[in-house]
Design a protein around this ligand. Structure first.
Ligand code: NAP
Length: 495
């Protein structure tokens, strides 16, 4: 189930929020602590009006909410609202004292046992535990303890490493006897657990309307892009590892592709600090293949049983697939870079090239061009790196300050640094290069789609190629490695 957490301060606005998301969600969490005080008197009508199973949650500040009341006062308010309405669930933190749940009624009336009243009304208690900083050491026994009274245990905890993420995924198997449980990994490392909530063993995942905080996913993204609620035992898991990784556009290539060929598979971003930990996760949840981005393209090499000639030459791998119990590494950056200029290369129109940058992407570019007999000159901020790559690939190198000397003599210019990337869109590492002869100008940056360099080159009548073209080409090749099918030609990728 995908559960939308309301973020509005009035019931009317919260209902509108539900209405906007209705086709993506199965249930709603009404956050009472976010509502204006005057709204609470009518909050009981919310479940009937939104017509979806609703959780009533009155979250404290220490658990990431806004309520500053004492637990006693908070539980008294919660009781008034919940018992008058048609809520399906109520969230009560695990450390609320028994005595705070025995609520005194008006004037002379007796003490009420809130938990008993909820049970009699058929409202399920979600017994929740939050840790906004880490994973507690006793996580498994904690969940078992929370489930003991027949309540639904909920743990919302914060993984800080990929090994923490492995612990969360282990809960599915270790605690499989607890059928109804909620497990949430918060923060950036937890994103994969929110998408693959079914593989963690969680009965639901929480979503917001907008992706306002790190680690949050919108209901629309979970439902339409990831189809998170359709994951089952037969779903093959793919993904991308990197650090950072959450900005990646790759899920927008692979997930629609899988859907189009009716392949029961999902492609998920995994924030990874140490590659070794990720390979543990890959074995645990049987990941079938993954893309690799900065800074792990070299780190994965020791784990690969088989590599292609390009991976060996470049010394970096961006695609890993599981083949006959072994991890195989390929480099689709190499072919993805070549795809948009394949015709010009085959027609012999590119004989010389200037490559700016000497990082990981540049290595793939330089090797791809050298293997096609193009004469390459490399420029880089750190000259030593340009020299090193040049000597490895039998190319030339040049100081960045001297780039203009090549203005009229190269057929292709490739920009492989991060200069010009959002938010630094005004930067242009080739600003002294004047395009005296129209040539092909290729910028690997894909955000923005057209960098300052490409706009300038276009004005000078050069043919321009942007990073999206390469991103899509390399992504389609990865898709073939993952699924064994060509990328569906009818999908119009506009990244
Ligand atoms: P990398 O290995 O970290 O290399 C970064 C390169 O940028 C180095 O040459 C570095 O120079 C240079 N650089 C960084 N900051 C600079 C600055 N302020 N001024 C001048 N030079 C600077 O990264 P990478 O993997 O090669 O990726 C580089 C770019 O290519 C990124 O924008 C990435 O998104 C893009 N890329 C795109 C695709 C695609 O499909 N479109 C695929 C791969 C990569 P130093 O050596 O002096 O540090």
């Amino acid at each position: 189930m995908i559960c939308l957490t309301t973020t509005e301060n009035t019931l009317t606005k919260a209902l509108k929020q539900v209405e906007r998301n209705k086709s993506y969600i199965d249930m709603v969490e009404l956050r009472l602590d976010l509502l204006e005080e005057g709204e609470l008197a009518s909050a009981q009508i919310f479940p009937r009006l939104c017509a979806l199973p609703t959780i009533a949650t009155y979250r404290r500040v220490c658990d990431g909410g806004k309520s500053q009341m004492s637990d006693k006062a908070r539980m008294t308010n919660l009781r008034k609202i919940v018992l008058q309405g048609d809520f399906s669930y109520v969230d009560i933190e695990e450390d609320v004292k028994k005595s705070d749940l025995k609520i005194k009624g008006e004037e002379d009336s007796p003490k009420y046992d809130f938990e008993n009243e909820l049970k009699q009304k058929g409202i399920k208690i979600i017994r929740s535990f939050h840790d906004m900083e880490k994973l507690p050491a006793n996580l498994f026994s904690l969940v078992t303890k929370l489930a003991k009274k027949g309540d639904i245990p909920k743990v919302a905890v914060t993984p800080n490493t990929i090994i923490d993420v492995v612990t969360l995924f282990k809960m599915n198997e270790e605690l499989k006897d607890i059928k109804e449980k909620i497990i949430i990994g918060m923060g950036d490392f937890g994103v994969c657990t929110r998408i693959l909530y079914k593989k963690v063993g969680s009965m639901l995942t929480f979503a917001s309307e907008d992706e306002i905080a790190p680690g949050q996913l919108s209901a629309k993204t979970l439902k339409l892009l990831y189809k998170a609620d359709q994951v089952n035992n037969r779903t093959n898991v793919y993904g991308i590892i990197g650090n950072p990784v959450l900005h990646t556009a790759s899920p927008m290539i692979h997930n629609p592709g899988f859907e189009a060929i009716h392949y029961n598979a999902i492609y998920v971003p995994f924030l990874v600090d140490k590659v070794r930990g990720f390979f543990k996760l890959a074995e645990l949840i049987k990941i079938h293949g993954f893309s690799v981005t900065v800074p792990h393209k070299r780190d994965v090499l020791p784990y690969l049983g088989k590599i292609t000639r390009e991976v060996k030459q470049i010394g970096a791998c961006n695609t890993v697939t599981r083949i006959q119990g072994m991890w195989k590494g390929t480099n689709t950056d190499y072919y993805g870079f070549l795809a948009p200029i394949e015709k010009e290369i085959n027609d012999g129109k590119i004989k010389s090239a200037l490559i700016v940058g000497a990082g990981g992407a540049s290595r793939a570019v330089v090797w791809a061009l050298r293997n096609h007999h193009v004469k390459v000159t490399i420029a880089n901020r750190t000259l030593e790196k340009a020299k090193l790559l040049a000597s490895e690939t039998m190319s030339n190198y040049i100081e960045l300050e001297d780039l203009s000397s090549l203005s009229s003599s190269v057929d292709l210019v490739v920009q492989t640094t991060i200069v010009g990337m959002t938010p630094n869109e005004d930067a242009d590492i080739l600003e002294d290069f004047t395009f005296e002869n129209p040539c092909i100008v290729y910028d690997l940056v894909y955000k923005p789609r057209y960098t300052k360099l490409l706009k300038r080159a276009k004005k000078a009548n050069c043919k321009v190629i942007n990073g999206s073209d390469m991103l899509i080409s390399q992504g389609k090749l990865q898709f073939e490695s993952f699924s064994g099918y060509h990328y569906p030609h009818w999908i119009n990728l506009n990244l």
